[in-house]
Write a protein that binds this ligand. Structure first.
Ligand code: ASP
Ligand code: MG
Length: 454
């Protein structure tokens, strides 16, 4: 991953904030109203980044899939159902005939556009055009709602400034220059609305920052305008110290370091897109996670301040496959690892955990798209065994890998569970173990009981 360059030039106000509202936060007319009221109560200059309404991107992915498979009839059925949904949104969101008409016309245009793909051959880039409609619609609806409520605001088109380069990495220079220009065009505006997720690629085509990418949009925008804070409004009151789906009485974590949050974002609950942290960290911009449905709750603040000792959170990631390659050729050899890693690189399959012994190496993957090919290729170098349905359990906390007792406490707490792999010392902030998924709930609860005394 590229290192983001920090910059200091900014014509923007130093108290500029970026706020991102996720799919649930704009998922219904009631919630859209709630968000608008929340914004009306803030006085600072704001850039608001919106996701598509909850469920929309999933439906668009299905529609694109059907079009790709050459099934326009079924795609049409889904398009009609989605359009019907948006018509009901329009009729309950707007109070005046004028805005109902504006909203209806906007929806008609987007769905006429979507239907145009059912008549023609479908190309790879058109998938991205289909996926972009969710954010384009939610932001237009939101802007109309603000207008109807006489809340002054300007809709900025993300496609005019958000861009990725040939390596699919954000083009920070382009983003900053173009966003600055867009903002300078509206010197009197204090409230800007824009779309998350969508962008253009190096060829000027419509593209996106991958699923869940609106968080990433928000931190890229925050860095570009030198915001003093990026607030991610979601449907949970921050990172919890354990997974609330498996453990009772979990608690939100008030303060996290960038490194702790980066470790946690990768796991479990998908609260934050993992790419969000790096640009904010490099620019030193705090990222705050807040709950739209419970704005009084403190949430989680992610900053560069020290956050204290000990384990902050336990997290889990399922769907892991462990692969062990055993080979006498590894003994005292060099270059063996490179050959093994090259196979994963060839099949664009990321490796998560790694442990080695003198004659074998174990590693984990979560993408099985090329699993059979990978195993075939690995067999050139030794015997290969694989275990599916594994879970990575990870303890996160600043410096826990250098606190003498934490590892022993962790293993004591789960002493009756068979541990397949251990990762210790790769980072100071993370101790991970790999266990069979069947024992995940037991492990999460045992670790919570031990470290957080629930
Ligand atoms: N709407 C996009 C998705 O569902 C982006 C996002 O919500 O962050 O993946
Ligand atoms: Mg999200």
């Amino acid at each position: 991953m590229r290192i983001f360059a920090e910059h200091s030039s900014s014509s923007n106000s130093p108290d500029l904030k970026v706020m991102k509202f996720g799919g649930t936060s704009v998922g219904s007319p009631e919630n859209i109203r709630l968000v608008a009221r929340l914004l009306a109560g803030t006085n600072e200059p704001l850039i608001v980044v919106l996701s598509a309404m909850a469920g929309t991107t999933n439906t668009l992915v299905e529609i694109a899939g059907l079009l790709e498979k050459g099934n326009p009839a079924e795609a049409n059925v889904r398009i009609n159902a989605l359009e019907h949904h948006y018509k009901t949104v329009v009729s309950s969101l707007f109070e005046t005939a004028g805005y109902r008409e504006k909203g209806s016309e906007m929806i008609r245009n987007h769905f006429t556009y979507l239907r145009s793909f059912t008549h023609d051959l479908f190309t790879a880039n058109e998938i991205k055009c289909v996926l972009a409609q969710g954010e384009l619609i939610s932001s237009a609806l939101f802007q109309f709602h603000l207008e109807e409520k006489k809340i002054p605001s300007v809709l900025l088109q993300a496609l005019n400034f958000m861009r990725i380069d040939r390596e699919q990495e954000p083009d920070q220079y382009y983003i900053r220059e173009n966003l600055d220009r867009e903002l300078d065009n509206q010197p009197d505006c204090k409230l800007f609305i824009t779309q998350g997720f969508i962008c253009r690629n190096a060829y000027g085509e419509i593209d996106n920052l991958r699923r869940g990418g609106s968080d990433f949009s928000a931190s890229l925008i925050g860095v570009a305008v030198h915001a003093n804070e990026v607030v991610i409004w979601t449907d949970i009151d921050g990172f919890h110290d354990n997974d609330p789906r498996y453990v009772e009485n979990t608690h939100p974590i008030a303060e996290l370091s960038f490194d702790e949050a980066a470790e946690l974002a990768y796991f479990g609950a998908k609260i934050l897109h993992p790419s969000t942290i790096l640009p904010a960290k490099v620019a030193g911009i705090p990222v705050i996670i807040k709950n739209t449905m419970n704005p009084a709750a403190r949430g989680s603040a992610i900053t560069d301040k020290p956050t204290g000792k000990g384990v902050k959170a336990i997290a889990a990631k399922d769907g892991i496959t462990a692969i062990r390659i055993k080979s006498g050729r590894m003994l005292l050899a060099y270059g063996f690892m490179r050959k093994v890693f090259e196979i994963f690189e060839l099949y664009k399959t990321p490796i998560d955990m790694i442990t080695t012994s003198e004659i074998s190496v174990s590693l984990t993957i979560d993408n099985l798209a090329f699993f059979p090919q990978i195993v075939e290729d690995l067999k050139h170098y030794g015997t290969v065994e694989a275990d599916h349905d594994q879970t990575i359990i990870c303890a996160v906390g600043e410096g826990i890998a250098s606190e003498s007792n934490i590892a022993s406490e962790l293993f004591n707490a789960i002493s009756d569970i068979h541990v397949r792999m251990i990762s210790y010392g790769g980072s100071q902030n993370n101790i991970s173990v790999l266990i069979p998924s069947a024992f995940k709930k037991q492990a999460l609860n045992a670790l919570s009981a031990h470290f957080f005394n629930h």
